[in-house]
Design a protein around this ligand. Structure first.
Ligand code: ADE
Length: 274
């Protein structure tokens, strides 16, 4: 996969040289190219922003440097093995939530271009213009506002890179990830343990050393349900009841959940105090 990042803070992307992403780059599984947006400015001050039309606080990123940068990147692909049009990812708090599902989708693309904004954002015409030729995703990594999109680029790149074939040692380890499409679609992963078997008088759950794979898998699934009920009840409410087995249903009932007329689970109503 090729990834281009256009930013006014190239040094912010240094962590892409470290750990999993850094190793994937060194092995040639990931080709990351970081570009300074100011290379595509033509004035003495390398200006990338201007005041917003309509007034208001803050500054808006000018369209011209972005247009030149994205055109140059597109042209650089023409001679390469990449397809003519990359997928443009624009991190913004106003975007669609970034999810594991979207990470899986993006990991299947051969070429991503990130356009992280600073200030109040990029002139809208840039996104509208490229959306006519490229697949464009405006993506938010959470309901909070960062000072710029670069941290979101690091987050999205790491989530995508670990899904690329050969990047993680054990390909099966994606299957049990929290949120992984399939059996874990709406579940958080439960707790994990390693040696020593006793630490500060604390044992590990016995089932994990039973050697009984079926029982271990069931225990893990129970723990995933317990954790999801505690930390993300909204995910249980979204769960497709058809994806649940008999024991899942029993456990949810034990944890105080009831099925509504549509089969979906909801928290049992608290008795109303008279
Ligand atoms: N830029 C600023 N805040 C952001 C967020 N929450 N997600 C993605 N990009 C952002």
């Amino acid at each position: 996969m090729r990834i281009d990042v256009v930013t006014i803070f190239p040094e912010y992307l240094e962590p892409l040289n470290v750990s999993l992403v850094g190793k994937a780059r060194a092995r040639g599984q990931l080709d990351v190219r970081v570009h300074d947006l100011r290379e595509w400015t033509h004035d003495r001050h390398n200006t990338v922003d201007d005041t917003p039309y309509g007034g208001g606080p803050g500054m808006v990123m000018k369209p011209e440097p972005w247009g030149e940068a994205l055109d140059a990147i597109e042209a650089s692909g023409a001679s390469d093995t990449e397809p003519a049009a990359p997928v443009l990812v624009v991190p913004t708090p106003s975007g669609r939530p970034f999810t594991q599902q979207l990470a899986v989708e993006l990991s299947a693309k051969p070429w991503l271009v990130f356009a992280p904004a600073r200030y109040e954002g990029i002139d809208r015409r840039v996104i509208d213009a490229y959306a006519e030729r490229w697949e464009v995703h405006e993506v938010s990594i959470g309901d909070y506002v960062l000072a710029g999109g670069e941290a979101a680029v690091l987050v999205i790149t790491e989530a995508v890179a670990r899904l690329l074939p050969g990047v993680l040692g054990n390909a099966e380890s994606h299957r049990d990830d929290s949120f992984a499409p399939g059996a874990m679609a709406n579940l958080l992963e439960g707790p994990v343990y390693t040696k020593p078997p006793v630490w500060r008088d604390r044992d590990i759950p016995e089932v994990l050393v039973s050697g009984h794979h079926g029982k271990i898998a069931r225990w893990r699934r129970d723990e995933a349900f317990r954790r999801t009920c505690a930390n993300r009840p909204d995910l249980i409410e979204r769960c497709d009841p058809a994806a649940l087995d008999k024991r899942d249903r029993e456990l949810l009932a034990e944890l105080g959940w009831v099925q509504g007329p549509d089969g979906r689970f909801g928290r049992a109503a608290e008795p109303v105090e008279q």
